[in-house]
Write a protein that binds this ligand. Structure first.
Ligand code: OGA
Ligand code: NI
Length: 380
């Protein structure tokens, strides 16, 4: 077992210039190839210092605010949109709701989206089966080589570039545009991941049509631009955390894609930054969470907002979520994306330069989750 010091052993564990060999401890953790789950399985009862976040990322955690937090709870929740109505004469109303949500919250939940709840349950179980496998088996797919395999399991894609590691492990599956050979997926969740991928791709098409209309464009506009072509499925595993007030499940960030479709289990912990307040996205059985990514903010010339969100660590139990990212990422072609011409005018000139999805993804990945925006780097 790797020897990592507990957070209480260094008085300045939250200092920005730690007085310990951080790289060495990161390597030791990485070399276990067992992720955060491995630490928890080994009975860790303190958060190792590589996971301790700086004070500015921790001061407003619910676990720090204690009982005062419940008094401060707001009634605000992200909008819920019933997609069944999009197939009726009330489509315009749905488009308006999606426009409003995308311009203000950058987040909404959808119900009646066509994916049965049994598929969600099977998917969450499949992901759990993957993580519950013997470490020796999982180790075989543990890698940081993004350009190599299409199915990657690791902990913290940005382990060596971010200021603090997150309390989570991830199984990353690159499902498109080049179809994935199902044999590359772990057997324990192969069938359900293929099924879910098919269903989410279909939902993605429907959402991009609604989003195109919400931008005042032809319904096929975003699809014709290739927004629905690439799909990556990220299966996150957030083990129960012994000291949730010292770390995060996921650092505050916005997503580096066009659109994200997120399924979370019943544990909770996802928060969205809205009007300078963290708003809980409480688990809603059967619903999916949709959020605008940086690239949709870029091509919509800031009309739609890619909003920051985070996942707080929890001591109550393991949390599983599955995030579907619409982008071709590093597999992308030379196609360039900039603000859509129809959305720009003399009064609303382009605010971003053109970029490729590969350039954007490599910049985002190299920077890591450090609490700052990647999008601003592309501002004119
Ligand atoms: C992400 C993300 C949230 C979650 O994958 O970008 O924000 O609930 N995930 O896991
Ligand atoms: Ni995200």
């Amino acid at each position: 077992m790797v020897v990592v010091s507990g957070a209480d052993e260094v008085s300045d564990s939250t200092s920005p210039t730690p007085s310990y060999d951080r790289i060495k401890e990161l390597r030791e953790f990485d070399e276990t190839k067992a992720g955060v789950k491995g630490l928890v399985d080994n009975g860790v009862d303190k958060v190792p210092r590589i996971f301790v976040h700086p004070p500015e990322a921790l001061h407003d955690l619910p676990s720090r605010l204690g009982s005062t937090h419940s008094c401060r709870q707001t009634h605000l929740t992200i909008p819920v949109i019933d997609l069944l109505e999009a197939t009726t004469s009330r489509r315009k109303e749905i488009v308006d709701k999606i426009q409003e949500a995308s311009e203000t919250w950058g987040f909404f939940q959808v119900v009646n989206h066509g994916i049965p709840q049994s598929v969600f349950e099977e998917l969450l179980e499949g992901v759990r089966r993957f993580y519950d496998q013997d470490t020796e088996i999982k180790k075989q797919s543990y890698t940081r080589d993004l350009m190599g395999k299409k199915v990657i399991y690791n902990s913290n894609f940005d382990l060596y570039s971010s200021p603090a590691a997150n309390w989570r492990d991830t199984l990353y599956c690159d499902m498109g545009p080049q179809p994935l050979d199902p044999q590359e997926l772990p057997l324990v969740c192969r069938e359900i991941l293929m099924e879910y991928s098919k269903q989410v791709s279909k939902l993605g098409i429907a959402l991009f049509e609604l989003l195109s209309e919400a931008l005042g464009l032809n319904p096929k506009h975003l699809i014709d631009m290739g927004c629905a072509e690439g799909l990556a499925i990220l299966c996150h595993y957030y083990p129960a955390c012994p000291q949730p007030e010292l770390t995060l499940g996921t650092t505050k960030h916005s997503d580096n894609d066009f659109l994200t479709v997120l399924l979370q289990d019943q544990i909770g912990g996802l928060q969205v930054l809205h009007q300078n307040q963290w708003i809980d996205v409480s688990p809603t059985p059967g619903a999916l969470i949709i959020n605008i990514g940086d690239l949709l903010q870029l091509i919509s010339n800031d009309t739609f907002k890619s909003i920051e969100h985070r996942v707080v660590a929890r001591s109550i139990g393991t949390r599983i979520s599955v995030a579907c990212f619409f982008t071709t990422g590093v597999q992308s072609s030379t196609r360039v994306y900039g603000p859509i011409k129809e959305l720009c005018s003399k009064d609303n000139p382009p605010v971003y330069r053109e970029t490729t999805l590969k350039e954007y993804t490599l910049y985002f990945t190299a920077k890591g989750l450090d609490g700052t925006s990647a999008l601003s780097h592309f501002k004119l």
